[in-house]
Design a protein around this ligand. Structure first.
Ligand code: SF4
Ligand code: ZN
Length: 500
């Protein structure tokens, strides 16, 4: 492709896979559409009758890009209407999910998230090249849809809403439609269906990520449930959605099936070969790409799980904002203690069932708590803290104690130990073990005791007996220890015989 010439003569910017990962920073942007500061925003695909659609018609209701101030934020609703003999309502959600990918193909356009949460930016550079009307975006979208789904979509028309007064009623309708889609799989059980489905659409961003979609585990973007993936796999089995045969159930509690393991291994080129679907506390938990609606994070201090959604502003209970948690979670890795998930997953009967389910949830943003109120067991509702109740981990602990949260059952032993330790701490110097120590006996280095990291460890009598001669506290900071067995025992010093 020659410089300055794009994919289509009538589109002033280039369009292609190469632009997919493009990030447009605040300083480079012409305008922002949707995003965290705008409430009313959506994207929606609707199946229509052939007679209801004027093929190729693109409409802008409200101000267009040329009417918008540089660097400002505006509401946006995208309504894509499609028709064709094979177009059915079940396909709406998967077609809708492709808006993300198609808009990201446009040079100088960024699209994040889905459904009611979209966030778009247009770069000044692309605007200056002439990409100055939403009609151009509509034209690109319509062409990509017709190319990608040529045997399915016969007619397409697209409407962009930017007028705040006009968006509102359609935004409300769209929310009702998302809710109705989500509600379909509620009440179904993973055990009852013949097969599961997968989605690899996000592998362009996160090559080792694959979503396993089951009735009890909606995709982490929240946009594709079991019915949606099934419909997509039926019309386009070679596309990003496909059947996962269940195979043998290896672990009903954690949710491990041989079929999921095999397909995941194949589709991630061996990177991931074991998946536990219903747990966060497993090294084999579900991978996360980057489009999760929320993040669940384990809080070791209280043995509980916190959840933050994308719209939560400020710091979560462990002092970290959503963006920092997202960095620990995304990228297609399995990270024990962190998981990206859909809000709807909280309504699943198998929601973190291997970890104790709702009995393990200790913190939620107030807005999420209200949103999923119907799913929280009533006896637990007041026991789960929000940012309105507490600010940090110390306050969380007190809150959980005061409210009698069931997670306390997991504390008893640890707490007793902790209190004992606290008493001792004042009288005691601290020992730290640096990681990666060579094989051998413990050594004193600069007042610290270093432990060998391989083989059996036996402390020479008296090595740990400090001035107090009492018990010791061992703190491992940033340590990685690989040991089949590590035994630390206190050994009474044998009485020394006087040398003759
Ligand atoms: Fe597909 Fe999962 Fe990406 Fe959603 S998050 S588009 S289901 S791979
Ligand atoms: Zn994703």
């Amino acid at each position: 492709m020659t410089e300055g010439k794009g994919m289509w003569e009538d589109i002033p910017v280039d369009v292609g896979l190469v632009y997919e990962g493009e990030r447009i920073r605040g300083k480079q942007m012409q305008v922002e559409l949707g995003g965290p500061k705008i409430t009313e925003k959506f994207e929606l695909v609707q199946a229509r009758e052939m007679s209801q659609i004027e093929d190729g018609k693109i409409t802008v209701v409200g101000p267009d890009l040329t009417d918008m101030e540089v660097g400002e934020k505006y509401p946006l609703g995208i309504l894509v209407e499609v028709a064709g003999k094979l177009v059915e309502r079940d396909l709406e959600a998967v077609l809708e999910r492709r808006i993300h990918e198609f808009i990201n193909f446009i040079e100088g356009m960024m699209h994040l998230n889905q459904r009611y949460d979209i966030w778009l930016r247009l770069s000044q550079a692309s605007y200056k090249k002439g990409f100055n009307t939403l009609k151009l975006m509509g034209t690109v979208l319509a062409r990509l849809y017709k190319t990608e789904f040529k045997s399915i979509i016969e007619k397409i028309q697209i409407t962009f809403y930017t007028d705040p007064a006009k968006i509102k009623p359609i935004y409300d309708d769209a929310k009702g439609i998302y809710e109705a889609r989500d509600a379909r799989a509620r009440g179904m059980k993973d055990e009852e269906v013949g097969e599961f489905y997968g989605c690899t659409l996000c592998q362009s961003f996160a090559p080792s990520h694959i979503c396993t979609v089951t009735p009890n585990r909606i995709s982490l973007c929240g946009a594709i449930n079991w019915f949606d993936a099934r419909a997509a796999a039926k019309v386009d089995p070679k596309g990003p959605n496909f059947v996962i045969e269940k195979g043998e159930l290896l672990d009903a509690v954690k949710g491990e099936y041989t079929g999921i393991n095999e397909v995941t291994k194949k589709k991630t080129l061996g990177e991931i070969d074991k998946v536990h679907m219903y747990t966060i506390l497993s090294p084999y938990n579900h991978t996360s790409c980057g489009c999760f609606e929320s993040i669940a994070f384990f809080i070791p201090e209280v043995q509980g799980i916190g959840i933050a959604d994308r719209n939560f502003k400020g710091n979560t209970v462990n002092g970290l904002p959503f963006s920092t948690l997202a960095n620990s979670t995304g990228g297609g890795k399995q990270v024990e203690g962190f998981i990206g998930m859909a809000i709807e997953y909280m309504r699943s009967p198998k929601f973190f069932q291997a970890d104790g389910g709702w009995e393990r949830i200790v913190w939620l943003p107030a807005a999420v708590k209200e949103n999923v109120k119907d799913a929280i067991p009533p006896e637990l509702y007041d026991k789960i803290a929000t940012e309105q109740d507490i600010q940090d981990l110390a306050e969380l602990k007190t809150f959980l104690k005061d409210k009698g949260h069931p997670v306390q059952k997991l504390w008893t032993e640890e707490e007793a130990e902790e209190e004992e330790e606290e008493e001792e701490e004042a009288a005691m110097p601290m020992m730290q073990m640096p990681a990666g120590m060579p094989f051998g006996a413990p050594q004193m280095v600069g007042g610290m005791i270093q432990l060998p990291m391989q083989g059996a460890v036996a402390f020479p009598a008296g090595a740990l007996g400090g001035a107090s001669g009492g018990k010791w506290k061992i703190i491992l900071k940033n340590a990685k220890i690989y040991a089949e067995e590590m035994i630390i025992k206190r050994v009474d010093e044998p009485k020394k015989k006087k040398k003759k």
